[in-house]
Design a protein around this ligand. Structure first.
Ligand code: GLY
Length: 399
């Protein structure tokens, strides 16, 4: 196993959260977003960097180089929308609108839609311009994506299948903790249309995940299988974690954020408890510098890479939890500030021009040796969302 080249000071001391210069960090992110707009135009960077530089998304059968496919492309316009909201600079808006049009084409032409990640994809790319600018085309694209997502619902099991064709025997009846973050597209669709079918699916899917993907000790499975015909819950397993019964760091971070966000949407108090439980476990398994190893099975002396993207997601999740949990708010916010301070101090490039990514030292999929110790599109997005939340209390992300 490889070890991340340590960013300055990794593993040395807990970051002092008293004063964190989030304004400066935010300005540096905006510089990188601006440079990447010039570099990529309407095309899309790959999921992760190579040596901290994003290559174009590679060509695969049926898709040209840089074309819109996969689950991560919306994190790129998602960053542009946050940059536009914070600066008012039309360069960010115009770039993001070009991507919204391309996401419209993707859903109309039904290109690479066999995934639950339609939530990530269409919330950030198309719900955002609807909310910010009242863009009707983007609204129609997001509603079409919500309908595709609904078609993945398996009523007997009460879950949305995560990956692949619904007839694929290897994926049938399987969902994953990340799916919590895809539910806001359905919540939004319910608000827009007044059709409770969308919100009923959110309520059922999130309740099933709480019951089965969250373990009694507060850790989580990455994935869980149901019998799609009888609805019987079958077993937990991992895809990107160290072991089936270990706790993949990013899954736990999705749990903090996703359960809190779906509690806000549904009012289900058990989802608030689930978010708190995920947060307790996550925080209790952080190393000394407050940024998790890629799997929480590893402790301070481990020769294992960190996943800074999990840290950034957890920061957003803890800020969200603080907003819905008055009792624990102070503690959750302090923990979020501590992790964010460490990310800023130890996991970012010294200067914008040193990298295409804004958050160094993430891991995509270590068991498959994909994107290990690199920047990632989602790590960049959630780092920016975390900075935006820290800098402008009261600001709401699009979710
Ligand atoms: N949603 C896939 C991942 O977190 O890697």
């Amino acid at each position: 196993m490889t070890t991340s080249p340590p960013a300055a000071g990794v593993g040395t001391a807990r970051a002092d959260t008293a004063r964190v210069d989030t304004d400066r960090a935010l300005a540096q992110v905006f510089d990188t977003v601006r440079a990447n707009i010039d570099a990529f135009g309407i095309r899309y960077p790959d999921d992760t960097t190579r040596d901290n530089r994003y290559p174009l998304r590679p060509a695969v059968a049926g898709f040209a180089e840089g074309e819109n496919r996969g689950w991560t492309t919306s994190f790129w316009p998602g960053m542009q929308w946050i940059a536009y909201e914070h600066t008012g600079d039309a360069v960010y808006r115009d770039a993001a609108l070009a991507h919204a049009a391309d996401f419209g084409r993707r859903v109309r032409e039904e290109r690479d839609l066999d995934t639950h990640d339609l939530g990530f994809l269409y919330t950030l790319s198309c719900v955002a311009p609807w909310r910010l600018l009242g863009d009707e085309d983007a609204r129609a694209s997001a509603l079409a994506a919500a309908d595709h997502l609904m078609a993945r619902y398996l009523p007997s099991a009460g879950i949305i299948q995560a990956w692949g064709d619904l007839a694929d025997p290897a994926q049938r009846g399987r969902t994953i903790i990340d799916s919590l973050m895809n539910m806001p597209l359905l919540t939004w669709a319910a608000e827009q249309t007044g059709d409770s079918r969308y919100s009923d699916v959110v309520a059922r899917h999130t309740a099933e995940l709480r019951r089965h993907i969250l373990r009694p000790d507060g850790s989580t499975f990455h994935t869980f299988y149901w019998d799609a015909e009888t609805g019987e819950p079958l077993r937990g397993a991992t895809e990107q974690g160290a072991f089936d019964d270990s706790c993949w760091a990013r899954g736990q971070a999705w749990g903090i954020y996703g359960f809190a966000m779906n509690h806000r949407a549904t009012g289900d108090a058990s989802l608030l408890d689930a978010s708190r439980t995920c947060a307790e476990y996550f925080l209790a398994h952080l190393p000394a510098d407050d940024v998790p190893f890629w799997d929480l099975v590893y402790g301070d002396d481990a020769d294992a890479p960190r996943d800074s993207s999990s840290g950034a997601i957890a920061v957003c999740g803890l800020y969200e939890l603080a907003e819905v949990d008055a009792e624990g708010a102070e503690r959750w916010r302090a923990a979020a500030n501590r992790i964010l301070a460490s990310l800023i101090a130890r996991y970012t490039p010294a200067r914008a021009e040193d990298a295409d990514t804004v958050l160094l030292h993430s891991v995509y999929d270590l068991p498959k040796n994909v994107g290990v110790d690199e920047g990632t599109l989602w790590g960049d997005y959630f780092y920016l969302e975390a900075l935006a939340r820290a800098t402008r209390p009261g600001w709401r992300p699009v979710w």
